[in-house]
Design a protein around this ligand. Structure first.
Ligand SMILES: [Zn+2]
Length: 459
């Protein structure tokens, strides 16, 4: 166990620049103790633990016992603003992201209004910049209003200030094969990617949970695995046919993994993500009818969880993405059938990955950096994120204490959502510090210069 001791007063110098930061004796990617000197928004120098002197005016973070990773990147976050500020705002979601170790998040398009124009994506991007805790990169909708009828202004969103590269109707599937083909063809010209929420709408009408033994016992309408797998199979064939890049959101079944493995072996340009909750939780939890476990796609079986873990370990699934989906209490705290689908995840993702993949011996910390930072940054074309912590690279990093263990208390989270499925569970790991462009935004596990949510933002 170890905590940071920091010295030095402010983080901003008199001329408005960022104060240099010396991170001392951090275990780089879980390996050797390393000193990292951050200045001018970059990693200025690295050296063996204890070898670097702090320059005048530098702040020092003592990081012995802590693991240093590049700042985490989430490919799949619901920030809810504009339109559902009762569920989350860019500000509250950014706070949660920074506390979870993220330095960049992709904000999903299913807001109100839908992020299907340059105007809306620029609004979300600007809000993210004003908050300034993480880089917020908006996802653009594939179809106007997520209605699945005609393509949105993909080119205008791509060339906007928000520089959208990921397009998704997430929450809904782009089900029409002709529309999906056109979207795949179009994004090629902007170096973009279609992120598909793979769910056949007809096979899942009225579905409440995974279709299997537990759904039969409970008498709840089942959500068959084939409803996901059939769409993924079609889409990898379409992507292959038109030579485009495809990303599959929140893969949840063993069969989906098999299809992805086949597609990758064939050379299809496809990537895929899995959520933390699909790596840890199963449909057995639904037996208590607690809607905190209601999610889309649904929690599956133990065999699916095992297959997904193996798929992350062997690279078939490229990314762990949170699908952070905060809901107001009244939308979750009701009977199962009426409850909204979704779980929060930003502040627990790294701990769940440690529990499910590191402590089981499937991943080392360098692999964690790959699935939670390098790969998602590459897929989202965030050139400035997901880079190695080496001299000259951008200074985005997270320090985690892997020896810490603590119970999950959603009331202590910065997200407005209280719908964490890990409530009461004890999970390993604690984010001690998050550094964005050389500036610490989280230190000693708390936001730096914390302002309560809704406080006025300096311009
Ligand atoms: Zn989705």
């Amino acid at each position: 166990m170890s905590a940071t001791a920091t010295t030095g007063p402010a983080t901003t110098t008199a001329d408005g620049g960022v104060q240099p930061l010396l991170v001392r004796r951090a275990r780089l990617l879980g390996g050797e103790e390393t000193d990292l000197l951050l200045a001018g928004g970059r990693v200025a120098r690295t050296g063996p633990g204890g070898s670097l002197e702090a320059p005048d005016g530098a702040r020092v973070v003592e990081a012995a016992g802590l693991v240093a990773l590049p700042g985490l990147v989430d490919l799949h976050t619901h920030l809810r603003e504009p339109g559902r500020e009762d569920a989350e705002t860019v500000r509250s979601g950014s706070r949660a992201a920074a506390l979870g170790g993220f330095t960049a998040v992709h904000a999903m398009a299913n807001t109100d209004p839908v992020a299907d124009t340059a105007g809306v994506v620029e609004q979300v991007w600007r809000l993210g910049r004003e908050v300034g805790l993480v880089d917020v990169r908006p996802v653009g909708a594939v179809t106007v209003g997520l209605a699945g009828e005609r393509l949105a202004e993909l080119g205008a969103m791509a060339s906007s200030a928000a520089r959208v590269r990921v397009f998704s109707d997430d929450g809904r599937c782009v089900h029409d094969p002709v529309l999906m083909r056109r979207a795949l063809e179009y994004v090629r010209s902007v170096d973009g990617v279609v992120a598909q929420h793979a769910q056949d709408p007809r096979l899942t009408e009225g579905a409440q949970m995974h279709e299997g033994v537990v759904s039969s016992v409970l008498g709840l309408r089942g959500w068959p695995a084939v409803a996901e797998e059939a769409v993924i199979a079609r889409d990898v064939l379409l992507a292959d046919h038109v030579g485009s890049r495809l990303h599959v959101c929140h893969v949840s079944t063993a069969g989906s993994v098999e299809i992805l493995r086949w597609a990758k072996a064939r050379g299809v340009d496809v990537t895929a993500e899995v959520t933390p909750h699909h790596l840890l939780l199963t449909d057995e939890l639904v037996r208590g009818y607690d809607p905190v476990y209601k999610v889309n796609p649904p929690l599956r079986t133990r065999a699916d969880v095992e297959a997904l873990r193996e798929a992350v370990a062997d690279g078939t699934v490229d990314v762990v993405a949170t699908d952070h989906a905060p809901h107001p209490v009244e939308d979750k705290d009701c009977e199962w059938a009426a409850a909204a689908m979704g779980m929060t995840g930003l502040e627990t993702a790294l701990s769940v990955v440690q529990e499910a993949l590191v402590e089981t011996g499937l991943l080392g910390w360098a692999d964690v950096a790959r699935v939670l930072s390098g790969a998602p940054a590459r897929i989202g074309r965030l050139e400035d994120h997901g880079r190695p912590l080496a001299e000259g690279e951008p200074a985005h990093l997270v320090l985690v204490d892997p020896a810490a263990r603590r119970p999950v208390v959603p009331e202590q989270h910065a997200t407005q959502g209280r719908n964490s499925p890990y409530r009461g569970m004890e999970l390993p790991g604690r984010v001690v510090a998050t550094v964005l462009r050389g500036r610490p935004v989280v230190l000693d596990g708390a936001l730096v210069g914390d302002q309560p949510d809704g406080a006025a933002v300096a311009s």
